[in-house]
Design a protein around this ligand. Structure first.
Ligand SMILES: Nc1nc2c(ncn2[C@@H]2O[C@H](COP(=O)(O)OP(=O)(O)O)[C@@H](O)[C@H]2O)c(=O)[nH]1
Ligand SMILES: [Mg+2]
Length: 322
């Protein structure tokens, strides 16, 4: 398709309008998304992808704003992808935040996009991953992803990041939510934001104790940092830690983190493809319909039926392979 080709060229040249259009395409059209990402994939893998996750209200957006400003001062180009309906990047927050974000949104070196649940066939996580790829291929040095660490899909998105920063406000509610959402396991760097609050030190100690308990071996040791995002305090220290983590990843010649991310993606893609093809063939042959009839008559239950179908199909595949 010639239009896809020119879109790809635009993205590769870092053209803002092409990037925006490409993300809209991957949000709305699953088939076209695959085509686009296939063409861009060889150009990805250069950006440092940083996931910023944590409960709503912890200060993720504020912190991202400060990180972005500092990275711009250092001449880095960046992309920000927010998967949070209340994010000021999506215009969802109060006016104060929106105004502060404005110097970023008019900056040519920054591309900000918020992802919405609507218009996303194949899921928000899939669309977000593709948006990150587009920004990566467009040559952005750093990509920041903001997700609310509350549900499984958000944790899933965070897993695509090379460096995961978990942001918490110093209160028990946030700590409990972090544990429940599985954030303790995925964080590389933990930020206790709102350090201007008096229980910040207690929160740091609590998180450090939890990390100590789950510490697993000699690799990267998660680190806890206090910040006051509103005043920009602690941001430089956080950026140093992020850089340190990046260096740690670069030094790992076995690329274990990257391999894990790619393997997870590949398995996911195989699952999707297998299920699609499998069901399509069952529908075409009328097999699906005949089983529905049997279940309807209570001759068999859906679970036993599914088990039988899968083993039947596997046998067929094996005999085809021989
Ligand atoms: N006291 C205090 N408030 C902060 C700090 N950082 C952010 N906030 C405020 O916390 C609220 C939530 O911030 P936001 O960045 O939108 O949080 P998010 O939901 O995690 O993205 C906003 O009212 C911020 O102004 C901080 O360091 N101290
Ligand atoms: Mg936010």
């Amino acid at each position: 398709l010639p239009s896809t080709k020119s879109l790809v060229d635009g993205v590769l040249h870092g053209d803002r309008r092409a990037i925006a259009k490409a993300i809209t395409v991957i949000e709305n059209d699953l088939m076209e998304a695959q085509r686009l990402i296939s063409m861009l994939y060889a150009h990805t893998g250069k950006a440092h992808i940083i996931g910023v996750t944590g409960p709503g209200g912890a200060g993720k957006s504020t912190l991202i704003g400060k990180i972005a400003n500092e990275l711009r001062r250092r001449g880095k180009t960046l992309g920000v992808v927010a998967v949070d309906p209340t994010s000021p990047f999506s215009g969802g927050a109060f006016l104060g935040d929106r105004i502060r974000m404005q110097d970023l949104s008019t900056d040519e070196g920054v591309f900000i996009r918020s992802m919405a649940i609507r218009n996303n066939p194949g899921g928000l996580a899939r669309a977000t991953k593709d948006a990150i790829r587009i920004l990566d291929a467009s040559g952005k040095d750093v990509i920041l992803i903001e997700t609310v660490g509350a549900g499984q899909s958000e944790v899933d998105v965070a897993k695509i990041a090379q460096t995961i920063v978990v942001v918490l406000a110093p209160d028990f509610g946030d700590e409990i939510q972090a544990i429940k959402a599985g954030l303790m396991e995925i964080g590389d760097i933990f930020v206790i934001n709102k350090a201007d609050r008096q229980n910040a030190n207690r929160a740091v100690t609590a998180i450090e104790a939890m990390l100590e308990l789950s510490s697993k071996g000699p690799s990267w040791k998660p680190f806890v940092i206090k910040t006051m995002a509103l005043r920009g305090e602690g941001v430089l220290q956080l950026l140093n830690k992020i850089k340190e983590h990046r260096e740690y990843l670069t030094e790992d010649k076995s690329h274990s983190r990257q391999r894990r991310i790619i393997e997870a993606e590949l398995t996911e893609a195989i699952k999707r493809k297998t299920v699609d093809k499998f069901l399509e063939s069952m529908r075409k042959s009328g097999r699906l319909d005949s089983i529905v009839t049997k279940i309807l008559a209570r001759e068999i239950n859906p679970f036993t039926a599914a088990e039988r179908i899968v083993s039947e199909q596997l046998k067929r595949l094996e005999s085809e392979g021989n």
